[in-house]
Design a protein around this ligand. Structure first.
Ligand code: PLP
Length: 380
């Protein structure tokens, strides 16, 4: 089935289900799970992933924009969806019409929603975001109670949630603890002001693994759903980490093999010149597929279950790797860019490290040219 593909991704839906079950086990029965499916579900394919998550116990989806929210609606109607970014003024009407929960950080935004909702004879569903240290969106903590109260009294608006975002949960225990403390304080202060909110959340994947829940009733997870444990300076117990399995593998093929003499330059700019006679293979993947050019001369791929170094610059559609150590390799052979082959494995984290990048970017960078093939059950 994959024989005709030059570069493709395989998504193991069974792993995805198990990862969600593991998150459920961590979260417990009383907290809810918001699964973040922005950027085409971290490159895994939004509709397919949303369908599986709907079947496996997600409570609410997090998206970056209204197109993503609409795609989820085509898979299943009625699911709560939170748009994590701020709404642009031109998107306000549509957000209300689609019944998407929006994020607000200011009274100006709230007034726009109130006016638009009244005009539509609808109710705008909003979550108030608090900036406890991310510096991107959210109201300052010392203005949050006031904003919350004012928004509560606007006509046409229902506040459904309160949330904040950790900036450095995988790296900085002290700073994250301060963020958690500020947010918990606010939850306490608002508890007396409002009817119980259905969605109160702070933890991203790293926060879920490393912080306590505080007063939150929801965990908001992205990367971990896809089976990748965020890597940072803080130690995450291996017993927890090992419960998660990457859902995505990324593969390509050998298209050409040859022996080169010592002193042969490889690829654009001749950034690699062979120090000895070598056996090299040309691979049918490049930055046009999303394999970062920063991987040039640094990354490894798996061929025949063996790690092979990328030689010279990654080009748009092809790259060259060192297969000198392999007894047998020929056109059509499978190459693993991310995933397992035999006993060997290259993780997304490892590829990200070679590229001075992060797993999130490596995954979301895989382009539309790469077909996503689904294994392990039905998807949308
Ligand atoms: C993307 C995003 C997340 C998910 O973070 P992970 O580290 O992938 O779990 C959570 N919250 C917000 C606001 C985000 O933008």
């Amino acid at each position: 089935m994959t024989e005709s593909y030059r570069c493709w991704a395989e998504v193991d839906l069974h792993a995805l289900r198990e990862n969600l079950a593991q998150i459920r086990a961590l979260v417990g029965p009383d907290r809810r799970i918001l699964t973040v499916v922005k950027a085409d579900a971290y490159g895994h394919g939004l509709r397919q992933i949303a369908a599986v998550l709907m079947q496996s116990g997600t409570d609410v989806f997090g998206v970056a924009n209204l197109q993503e929210a609409r795609a989820i609606r085509t898979v299943g109607k009625g699911w709560p969806i939170l748009m994590l970014g701020a709404c642009l003024p031109c998107e306000v009407d549509l957000a209300i019409r689609e019944g998407v929960m929006v994020t607000i950080s200011s009274m100006e935004e709230a007034r726009l929603f109130s006016a638009a909702a009244l005009a539509q004879h609808e109710v705008a569903l909003v979550q108030v975001k608090v900036d406890t240290g991310m510096g991107r969106l959210g109201v300052a903590p010392d203005e949050a109670v006031e904003l919350f109260r004012a928004v509560q009294h606007l006509p046409g608006i229902r506040i459904t949630g309160l949330y904040t975002h950790y900036s450095s949960a995988e790296d900085d225990a002290e700073f994250t603890a301060r963020q958690e403390q500020v947010f918990s304080g606010l939850i306490g202060a608002l508890a007396t002001q409002a009817p119980p909110l259905p969605w109160i959340h702070a933890s991203n994947s790293a926060g879920l693994l490393l912080q306590s829940a505080g007063g939150c009733n929801t965990a908001r997870v992205g990367l971990l759903v896809y089976g990748i444990v965020p890597k940072g300076r803080r130690e995450i117990g291996s017993t927890v980490g090992e419960r998660f399995r990457p859902a995505l593998s990324w593969k390509s093929r050998v298209s050409h093999v040859k022996t080169i003499a010592a002193g042969t330059p490889i690829s654009y700019g001749h950034t690699f010149v062979s120090p000895r006679s070598m056996r090299v293979a040309t691979i049918t993947a490049g930055y046009g597929d999303g394999y970062l050019r920063a991987a040039s001369n640094r990354a490894q791929v798996l061929v025949g279950g063996t790690r092979c170094a990328v030689l010279g610059r990654v080009t748009m559609d092809q790259m060259v790797v060192d297969v000198s150590g392999l007894a047998q390799v020929g056109p059509g052979d499978e190459v693993v860019l991310i995933g397992r082959q035999g006993a060997a494995q290259i993780t997304t984290d490892e590829l990200a490290g070679w590229c001075d990048s992060i797993s999130w970017e490596v995954l979301t960078n895989i382009t539309y040219r790469v077909p996503r093939l689904y294994r392990g059950g039905q998807a949308a």
